[in-house]
Design a protein around this ligand. Sequence first.
Ligand code: ADP
Ligand code: MG
Length: 671
Amino acid sequence: MALALHLPSRYEDETELLSIEEAIHQGRFSSAQTQGVVIRNQVLFRPRRQMVVTIEDETETLNLRFLNFYPSQQKQMAVGSHIRVRGEVREGFQGSEMVHPTVKAVSSDTPLPASLTPVYPATAGVSQAAIRKAVNLALRDPSLQESLAEFFPHQLMSELLPSYDWPNLMEAITYLHQPPADANTQALLERTHPAWRRVQFEELLAQQISLKRAHAIRRGRQAPTFSKEIKKGLGIEAGLLAVLPFKLTAAQARVWLEIGHDLAQAFPMNRLLQGDVGSGKTVVAALAAAHVMDQGYQAAVMAPTEILAEQHYLKMKEWFEPLGVKIAWLTGSLKAKEKRLAQEMIESGQAQLIIGTHALIQESVRFAKLGLAVIDEQHRFGVRQRLEIQQRVGSELFYCHQLMMSATPIPRTLAMTYYADLDVSVIDELPPGRKPITTKVVKASRREEVISGLHSWLAKGLQAYWVCPLIEESEVLQLQTAVESFEQLTQALPGFKVGLVHGRLKSDEKAAVMAAFKANEIQLLVATTVIEVGVDVPNAALMVIEHAERFGYAQIHQLRGRVGRGSADSVCILMYAEPLSMAAKERLQTLRETSDGFVIAERDLSLRGPGELLGAKQSGDAMLRFVDLQRDAWLIELAQKAADRLLADHRELVERHLERWLGSRAEFLKA
Ligand code: ADP
Ligand code: MG
């Protein structure tokens, strides 16, 4: 079954054989297949070692060029042999040629295949021919017929699906492996063919059913129940509310109620707190933490980067330490002794609030009494890692409540699939006094102009960020350009203090620079993307991003969210270097036109696919192999309804279906 579900990614049409003359004309932009007799086979050494083979039929001759080749190929294509070749034709110096065509030894009457030739997703070390052979064997295996046999009554399918004219599963899979010569290749490639639809629907159905199961399982689990009452008198939550320098926005108050309601349930919360950059998620998380601490439990806050975790730590320390809360700080960069101390505090229950990075979910950590885990920027963690925290609770009977936070809205299709068992609270309102950010897109050649604008900006007593380009290939190069910009800007802006922060600094050095920036001892902060998340300096309302074309949607959106927090009008300047790819051009344009996180997330998803949003890349939990959430959105709804119907009326079909799909998936994950 697993092998049968290893479906082709595309097809080659080897059912048609052209004469060499026809191939030369038709093979310009798509590949063509032709055959002939080898009349010449030369190994040339200029400009580099290569093999040029010439074949001939009654109509024409054609050169085949191989830039690397094996002795076995020289033998296969020796003068006088008959070969069938397939490839694109181009005009070379010595006439028409194919570069690296696929070659098959034939006799002049070797029959053509009757079906399109499948090309399978590459598997390391296994050739296409070997996969094809194995798949063919698997398709003929009687046990496959049995395991793919139709068990959905036709009547039921036509009730579940608007116009049911899909093949059954066995037919669909056979068709996808061996489509007939006249198949609609476009629909096969785009995966919109009825045969694909059948497979996609079944896959989605399995996913919907298992999501509904997961939901039921979670509701059957035990978690500590927290009374909705705010503890009177010297409670932590009351204390926090009293010292907050602002009033919660209506949206914050609403989501806080939603979370409070979940915490009062006897099963674990699984809630996402979604709110655009700067919407004030931290204080909501702090209130939730205070609430469980007031009732004798620990709360943990985990963030994906040290700098973000630190930001939380500093903020929470400011809020909670005066209220007598014991806080533990745990990250990978701590010294062994400090780590051990933190772990002891966590394990003994002495620490009420625990803040840190991935270090929180390491083997050696044991929480004494964890009531709530807050996971910031949840999409940066894999599904696995989010589950890990549960393992650290130390009790298999009790689950902790989980609150995920993200600035990235979950598109509807994801909410209906991977995130179906996640309740979502949205902060859809920014704190009062926020100014919209004006975004400008500027060519790098206008750098001087930008710097002189920066000068007048700083002269007004305001501060600014200068973000250096992301260089994915090399951290050293990234650092180098940051240092160069830092030196140039220091020179160009006499009278102002310029600071530099980057990933190579130790965390106390980073903290010192950030503190100086916050205190306005530094006016311009040159930074690498380490400031991407969480940094909060209201007086800094201008941000220049160098080489903005190298950043993704989400990154710029996050970065830009650092400004627009104070009373000054905020500006973000996206500098770009030419040439600009179409994708980068569109990205910058969208970012200039909108700062709506939802629009940006949708664009982003259409570009990158859901893997990154999910963190599924690292988790191996991407259950949908054949479904594209965007292309097949309409199918999701159908599958959801079908899952409800089956769970209600056809339990036995549900079991068989899960067995069929998840059984094979389990096998697949092991591979
Ligand atoms: P994010 O949702 O991006 O994590 P933060 O929680 O860091 O946002 O909040 C951004 C800023 O807004 C912080 O300086 C925070 O103190 C401030 N803030 C949060 N809630 C309010 C509010 N209700 N009124 C005014 N300022 C607020
Ligand atoms: Mg935040």
